[in-house]
Design a protein around this ligand. Structure first.
Ligand SMILES: *[C@@H]1O[C@H](CO)[C@@H](O)[C@H](O)[C@H]1NC(C)=O
Ligand SMILES: *[C@@H]1O[C@H](CO)[C@@H](O)[C@H](O)[C@H]1NC(C)=O
Ligand SMILES: *[C@@H]1O[C@H](CO)[C@@H](O)[C@H](O)[C@H]1NC(C)=O
Ligand SMILES: *[C@@H]1O[C@H](CO)[C@@H](O)[C@H](O)[C@H]1NC(C)=O
Ligand SMILES: *[C@@H]1O[C@H](CO)[C@@H](O)[C@H](O)[C@H]1NC(C)=O
Ligand SMILES: *[C@@H]1O[C@H](CO)[C@@H](O)[C@H](O)[C@H]1NC(C)=O
Length: 322
């Protein structure tokens, strides 16, 4: 079988030439498309009949999964893992110019992997000319948290608030906020249940139990670390003499200002460009939000999936490789 033999030589060559692996990181939203960059650092045109190109997942200690590949003269078909069939694409036109980037369509949480791009040239006795590892970080936006205020008889010594948010990724941080002084409530007062749902995304339910006081004003904040996003919902429980009128809720979200197009950070051999991209990610907003009118909803520039590859980084790092 061709795949088997191809796989054999692949492993062999990985072992023999474990040098100069380029490492990058990319982030993408679930459901979006992403390009995993693998570009030959020098200007060079390639003959498609001279190339073997492999994209495989690379997890230490587990078998490699073929994402897609191109074998000299034959366009790839048939041997990809089912998970990637029809979702992974190489561009032959780009490959002629030395761009072996992988286009991955409709990202799922399971795509949070290390992807390895390997390029060999037949005319150089199958010398490996490129070895790039791209780590894909996947994120999904949590739903606006819904806070259920306590109901029922008011004789209880304790009040129980429940905060629910669904379909996010990665795992959330949950904070409860004392809206009276905007402080964080002690974590020991909350009990979080985080579960993976059928879509491979996280649902979270947080239960806050606090001592009954005449007026309680709390907020629930769901933090998505990867998106640098805090979603906050406020619950005001104004107790009356009869103690039955609870549950005025209002919602608002707090989002970073810099959540737009740039969602990719790369780590390329100390290239300063990476620092510039990374600092673009510094989030300036905080939770709880300072301005109650500032809302998340109308944000036109949410093009999270348009990842930034290293097109702009200087190619110097790879000279002397061949
Ligand atoms: C392309 O694939 C066919 C059938 O799989 C094979 O016979 C042929 O030798 C391949 N061509 C090249 C250039 O590898
Ligand atoms: C994320 O979710 C919040 C709450 O549902 C919503 O307001 C916001 O527009 C969403 N953002 C994106 C990028 O989908
Ligand atoms: C919230 O903060 C106010 C003022 O610091 C304090 O009086 C109140 O007890 C706090 N509420 C809770 C639930 O901790
Ligand atoms: C949170 O509560 C625990 C138990 O009541 C207490 O030991 C701890 O000091 C508190 N932490 C803070 C930051 O108040
Ligand atoms: C947290 O909630 C779970 C599920 O409701 C429960 O089994 C567990 O005992 C709770 N833990 C604490 C510390 O209250
Ligand atoms: C979200 O809120 C938490 C708790 O206040 C804070 O530590 C964190 O920095 C906030 N994150 C963002 C992105 O605003």
């Amino acid at each position: 079988m061709r795949l088997t033999s191809a796989g054999m030589f692949l492993l062999l060559f990985s072992a023999l030439q474990a040098t100069d692996v380029q490492e990058k990181e990319v982030r993408a939203l679930v459901g979006s498309d992403v390009e995993l960059s693998c570009v030959f650092p020098e200007r060079h045109s390639f003959d498609l009949n001279d190339l073997y190109v492999y994209w495989q997942t690379s997890v230490v200690g587990t078998p490699k999964t073929v994402v897609t590949y191109y074998l000299s003269g034959n366009s790839s078909a048939g041997h990809e893992d089912n998970r990637y069939r029809d979702r992974a694409r190489l561009s032959l036109e780009s490959m002629k110019r030395g761009d072996f980037s992988l286009h991955l369509h409709n990202i799922t949480p399971q795509d949070e992997q290390r992807f390895n791009c390997l390029v060999f040239r037949k005319s150089l006795e199958l010398e490996k000319i490129l070895d790039v590892v791209v780590t894909l970080h996947v994120a999904a936006n949590y739903s606006m948290p819904v806070v259920r205020a306590p109901s029922g008889p008011s004789e209880n010594e304790e009040l129980t608030f429940t905060c629910t948010s669904v379909n996010g990724y990665p795992r959330p941080n949950v904070y409860w906020i004392n809206r009276t002084d905007n402080s964080l409530l002690n974590e020991t007062l909350q009990n979080n249940t985080v579960s993976l749902n059928a879509h491979g995304l996280y649902d979270v339910v947080s239960v806050l139990t606090i001592r009954r006081t005449p007026s309680v004003n709390v907020g629930c904040c769901i933090e998505n670390v990867l998106l640098h996003q805090n979603l906050t919902t406020i619950s005001t429980q104004a107790e009356t003499v009869t103690g039955t009128e609870y549950g005025i809720t209002e919602s608002q979200a707090d989002a970073p200002k810099k959540q737009g197009a740039v969602l990719s950070a790369l780590i390329v051999l100390g290239v300063v460009v990476a620092v510039a991209v990374a600092t673009g990610w510094v989030c300036r907003s905080r939770c709880p939000p300072q301005d109650p009118r500032r809302s998340w909803a109308a944000r036109p520039e949410q093009t999270f999936s348009s990842t930034v590859s290293d097109e702009n980084s200087p190619p110097g790092a790879w000279t002397g490789f061949l």
